[in-house]
Design a protein around this ligand. Structure first.
Ligand SMILES: CCCCCCCCCC/C=C\CCCCCCCC(=O)SCCNC(=O)CCNC(=O)[C@H](O)C(C)(C)COP(=O)(O)OP(=O)(O)OC[C@H]1O[C@@H](n2cnc3c(N)ncnc32)[C@H](O)[C@@H]1OP(=O)(O)O
Ligand SMILES: Cc1cc2nc3c(=O)[nH]c(=O)nc-3n(C[C@H](O)[C@H](O)[C@H](O)COP(=O)(O)OP(=O)(O)OC[C@H]3O[C@@H](n4cnc5c(N)ncnc54)[C@H](O)[C@@H]3O)c2cc1C
Length: 668
């Protein structure tokens, strides 16, 4: 039977080579081929069916996710998949499970913080999954505040042991993924006590937390250990496939050599030593690595929501105001729909490119760290923290907007959007609360501004070198067309970021106690950080356009997306641009007018731009976002696939409805 493509007319409107755009989106022909292969492997394997997931209760859901993880492992072994292929396989299975933490945090923590000897011992076991690990840092009373961790690790020189203990209820390890039911091991963060003294006192810290490699359980917990799941989380399905756990220690003894010893060591005699050439911040290294991975992945999450909303918008018709009978307007042709949808489409591409750049930055930093060069660590910390915060917040807001853009049908689980929202929301909190991370960026920016004159700003903050120009030269835009020039756009974002940073730095200087100033100005500081991070995203998009991009019309389509992203932000934050005096109201309104023109240029390419994401229907798992656009019969069918429609008479009908109809409520 010939398949009807309900979006064919839309696809025919494309003004660029979609196959070439797929390569740009994927990053390279090899990446495209790899993702395509793994996506289809998952889509065509019955073990990875996921449509019934939201109907399962927690225990069934969890068992189902264990089954999928086991099949994934079997595929990795049977097909001899590489670590990179296995990563994409897990990604397309599209279900948070314990291997994410095992591969994403437990192994990187050992790689980053273990001594050579420890790595040699534990990494092969971990990589073969003979042990399964998690990353136990957060406690019930301390998440953002890592300095506040209360779990203790006391050295017992007599027995050459550490004694791990949870002294208070609030010191209970709380939230680590994979901890609750599955992990056999954990990297546990704790305060180190040697000879009755807290160690590692430093200018920045009252005390440090240290990481220990711990054996947790083999079916039942070891003596002195209490372990469990933190309980049901938001959303049907969603993050409930993960066993986020709780963990308490009652004077649990572990051998001394289970302290991860790259950053600091405790000798047999109980002597504490910090490696001179390794900065303390390295114990935060795993978080930097995962924040980078989140940024690398987040564009796919946003692209998925945008793909669903764009396809449905290009299918569903509404009535024109002149005729309430004949449906004529496609939803996507409403200017108001475009002004909500197209910036999200542009954001997905913008986040993809900034994610690529961040991956490059992180790879470079990692190589330097291995050679004990720590000079670019502050830049890497600020960029990973800030971009993780900016992109996850925008993505989660974007998914919610996509749900609304699909009207009532977006709210149906069969649209794929509610579960996507529920599974994504915690990304704004895990791996660092987004506000707390923005405050870290603000510290970095303010410090850079304060050091002007005696320390050269580098990398993403090098615009601060031109502070004088950015503070005093105002925008030169005279026409709408002036706004679609890369250097002009970047300069506008630089001037806004620099002016906001300088104002905040001046306000901070008025406080005698800098920490009090930082606390009182924290809301303004977050805005400074947002401006700095948006500048990074815009400038990386503009830099991408300067590269050689093959394929008919591809570069032109990307240019439109880049300016939509940038001018949307100018419009949204026009208060910043006006208050800092960089823009006049006329220039701001020219930017907005140009944005509308760009929307009309983007419109014919909209469907082709979401097709270029190359998402399978399995990955989208959305009736309204299907590739063939055959929405209505499938929407109708999906209603009857709901087990609630198995019977016309629901449980309880006879018991609770009949008494009302029969006027026999008195017998209840
Ligand atoms: C929307 C959909 C998203 C879809 C994403 C898909 C994801 C796929 C990825 C798959 C991979 C893995 C799966 C992951 C699943 C999620 C798991 C979640 C796991 C966790 O949540 S683990 C726990 C994370 N916890 C945190 O992040 C805690 C946050 N808090 C902190 O980081 C710190 O406490 C702090 C905020 C940095 C503050 O610390 P402190 O007060 O001690 O420090 P100061 O502010 O005084 O700074 C001191 C000094 O140190 C510098 N610095 C701080 N942090 C770092 C760092 N990480 N690296 C380097 N340097 C750092 C700071 O700049 C200061 O320097 P200065 O003195 O100014 O020079
Ligand atoms: C799904 C999920 C998975 C997780 N997985 C893991 C894991 O595998 N391992 C692990 O160790 N942890 C994990 N966590 C824990 C996670 O890292 C923490 O929740 C996170 O770091 C935030 O800490 P918190 O919950 O204590 O929030 P808090 O720090 O209490 O923050 C609460 C509020 O206070 C504000 N706030 C806090 N501090 C400041 C400040 N200094 N200035 C201004 N505002 C502030 C925040 O912005 C936020 O609005 C996970 C969490 C979730 C939700």
């Amino acid at each position: 039977m010939e398949l009807v493509d309900h979006l064919r007319d839309e696809r025919n409107k494309a003004q660029f080579d979609v196959e070439a755009m797929k390569v740009v989106w994927a990053g390279s022909p090899q990446e495209l081929q790899l993702c395509d292969r793994m996506a289809n492997l998952v889509a065509n394997h019955p073990a990875f069916e996921k449509l019934k997931r939201p109907m399962l209760v927690r225990k069934e859901l969890f068992k189902n996710s264990l089954r999928k993880a086991a099949y994934a492992r079997k595929l990795v072994i049977d097909l001899g998949l590489s670590e990179e292929e296995a990563k994409w396989l897990r990604f397309y299975i599209d279900e948070p499970t314990y291997p994410d933490l095992h591969w994403g945090m437990f192994i990187p923590a050992i790689e980053g913080q273990g001594s050579e000897e420890q790595k040699e011992k534990w990494l092969p076991l971990s990589r073969n999954m003979q042990i399964i690990g998690c990353y136990a840092q957060t406690e019930m009373g301390h998440g953002s505040n890592v300095q506040g961790l209360e779990t203790t690790a006391t050295f017992d020189a007599q027995q050459d042991h550490f004694i791990i203990h949870s002294p208070t209820l609030t010191s209970t390890k709380w939230w680590p993924g994979g901890l609750g039911k599955v992990s056999t091991h954990a990297v546990v963060y704790a305060r180190l006590i040697v000879n009755g003294e807290f160690h590692g006192v430093h200018g920045w810290y009252n005390y440090y937390s240290f990481s220990f490699f711990l054996y947790l359980e083999d079916h039942s917990p070891l003596p002195g250990i209490t372990v469990g799941d933190v309980g049901l989380k938001f959303g049907n399905g969603a993050y409930n496939t993960m066993d986020n756990g709780l963990l308490r220690f009652h004077h649990v003894r572990i051998p001394r050599n289970q302290m991860l010893m790259r950053v600091s060591q405790v000798s047999r005699e109980g002597k504490y030593m910090q490696c001179d050439d390794v900065p303390r911040q390295l114990i935060y290294g795993t978080m930097v690595s995962v924040r980078q991975t989140i940024v690398a992945m987040v564009s796919r999450t946003l692209s998925r929501a945008v793909c669903i909303a764009t396809r449905y918008s290009a299918l569903r018709r509404q009535h024109s105001s002149s005729s309430l009978v004949v449906p004529c307007f496609l939803m996507i042709d409403y200017q108001s729909q475009q002004s909500r949808l197209f910036p999200l489409l542009a954001s997905a591409y913008a986040f993809k490119f900034v994610g690529e750049w961040l991956k490059w930055l992180y790879t470079d930093v990692k190589q330097r760290l291995e050679a004990n060069d720590f000079s670019t660590l502050p830049e890497a910390h600020a960029s990973t923290a800030g971009l993780k915060s900016l992109t996850t917040s925008a993505t989660v807001d974007g998914i919610e907007e996509c749900m609304k853009l699909c009207g009532g049908d977006g709210y149906l689980v069969s649209s794929g959007l509610p579960e996507l929202f529920a599974v994504s929301v915690p990304a704004c909190t895990y791996e660092g609360d987004n506000t707390v991370l923005m405050l870290q960026v603000a510290r970095f920016v303010v410090k850079t501004v304060s050091e002007v004159g005696y320390k050269e700003p580098l990398g993403t903050s090098s615009y601060i070198r031109r502070l004088n120009t950015l503070l005093h030269n105002n925008c030169l835009v005279q026409t709408g067309e002036d706004w679609v020039k890369g250097d002009r756009i970047v300069e506008a974002f630089e001037a806004r970021a620099a002016r906001m940073a300088v104002t905040c730095t001046q306000h901070l200087a008025k406080f005698q106690d800098p920490e009090q100033g930082f606390s009182e100005l924290s809301a303004d500081l977050v805005e400074v950080a947002v401006a700095h991070c948006q500048l990074i995203v815009v400038s990386k998009f503009v830099e991408k356009l300067a590269q050689d991009i093959p394929g008919k019309g591809v570069k032109e389509a990307l240019e439109v997306l880049c300016y939509v992203y940038a001018l949307f932000l100018v419009h949204k934050h026009q208060g910043d641009f006006l208050v800092t005096g960089y823009l006049t109201p006329k220039q701001a309104s020219l930017a907005n007018r140009q944005l509308r023109i760009l929307y009309s240029r983007l419109r014919p390419n909209a469907i082709a731009l979401v097709d270029a994401f190359n998402h399978t229907d399995h990955y989208l798992s959305s009736v309204v976002g299907r590739y063939d656009g055959n929405v209505y019969p499938n929407l109708y069918q999906a209603a009857f696939n709901d087990p609630f429609n198995d019977s016309h008479v629901p449980d309880g009908y006879h018991q609770y409805i009949h008494p009302i109809l029969n006027q026999t409520l008195a017998k209840l």
